[in-house]
Design a protein around this ligand. Structure first.
Ligand SMILES: [Zn+2]
Length: 368
């Protein structure tokens, strides 16, 4: 007998729901997943059990909407893709700051040397003055005068040099302070992104509210949120994410949480990726992807320098995940369900997970 996959569809807001109804995106994913689990390679092990039934209508689905308007738009781009840009910028600024520090040390050295040079010249000038005062020999006085003129000139040029050095020092300091400011701004941006990026906290808060207010959702069903996400514009797009249980649960009342603590799935509402739902369901079992890999694509010529450098590309773990036609492999964006397979280990793990999920019967205790 097929093991049911109990899902609870939700939409980030009403406009997302209406868009979904119009374009039949979740409907297409349900159809694809149904065909997929029915196909021989998956041994007809699973069947979808979706609330509200697919296709959704405005009437059947509006209570499954997380919020009326202004729904969360999570960023599904990988951290590798976003934060490293800031990290690189941070490192670049760090380098510039260090260069300023070095420069300032040099300038300080020069300033000290010039100060002592000026001191030496001034001492010489004092001596020359004394000599001139005590001298009566016109020849000697003439020689002293020449020396005094030379000393004056040397002192003036040393003072001018010192002036230039201290100007350089203070402009270097100004640049450095500006770099520190820029670096702090990059840091704030990085930190801000980390917490905002996923929309996870907001989604969990909204799911907890939907449950507390309208009893939508349950411990034994997996919420699947359709939303308009920010996705990579690059070659490797992630359009869905399965998110784990919270390790720390905040209970308001027994079984009532401030933040929805259970596993859930987020899917970007974009057409042409019908397998996303079936793919994310496999992740529910705890299944991850192998690590990302760096692949060597050959050498690329650097113009002007006339040298060749290795051309490397980092591909995410899902890309090399088993055979190309495996449900967990990203390579084909929108294959047909009948041409897609599922690893036997993933089948076993998913079945075990679903049985465990069903073994925890939902209790209405705690419902307001
Ligand atoms: Zn995946």
């Amino acid at each position: 007998m097929a093991t049911p996959i109990p899902l609870n569809f939700m939409w980030a807001d009403e406009s997302v729901l209406l868009d979904d109804i119009q374009r039949g995106i979740s409907e297409g994913m349900v159809k694809w997943a149904t065909d997929f689990y029915n196909n021989k390679s998956v041994n007809k092990l699973f069947e979808l059990d979706v609330n509200p039934s697919s296709p959704p209508t405005k009437r059947s689905a509006s209570k499954y909407v997380l919020t009326k308007s202004g729904g969360v738009s999570p960023d599904l781009r990988t951290l590798d893709e976003i934060v490293p840009a800031e990290k690189r910028e941070y490192a670049r600024l760090d380098q510039l700051i260090k260069e300023r520090e070095k420069e300032q040390v040099e300038l300080k050295k020069r300033e000290t040397l010039l100060t002592s040079l000026i001191g030496t010249i001034e001492k010489e000038q004092d001596q020359l003055s004394l000599q001139r005062e005590s001298s009566t020999d016109p020849q000697e006085i003439a020689r002293i005068k020449i020396d005094q003129a030379r000393a004056r000139q040397e002192r003036a040029s040393a003072i001018a040099s010192k002036e230039r050095v201290s100007q350089s020092f203070s402009s270097s300091l100004t640049v450095q302070l500006r770099l520190y400011d820029e670096q702090r701004a990059v840091w704030d941006k990085m930190k801000g992104k980390e917490s905002e990026i996923s929309g996870d906290r907001m989604f969990r808060l909204q799911m907890a509210l939907r449950y507390a207010l309208d009893g939508i959702g349950s411990e034994s069903r997996i919420n699947v949120i359709f939303c308009k996400a920010k996705v990579s514009s690059g070659k490797y797009q992630v359009l869905g994410e399965a998110r784990n249980e919270l390790t720390e649960r905040i209970e308001v009342l027994p079984s009532q949480f401030l933040l929805w603590p259970y596993r859930y799935i987020v899917i970007d509402l974009s057409p042409g990726h019908r397998k996303t739902l079936a793919h994310e369901v496999v992740h529910l079992s705890g299944r991850g992807h192998p690590d990302a890999r760096t692949i060597f694509k050959g050498f690329k010529k650097v113009p002007l320098l006339n040298i060749s450098l290795p051309d490397l590309e980092v591909v995410p773990g899902g890309f090399f995940d088993g055979p190309e036609n495996d449900i967990m492999n990203y390579k084909r964006t929108d294959p047909e369900a009948k041409d897609t397979t599922m690893n036997i280990l993933d089948q076993v793990d998913l079945r075990n997970y679903l049985l465990r999920l069903a073994g925890k019967p939902w209790s209405l205790a705690g419902t307001p």
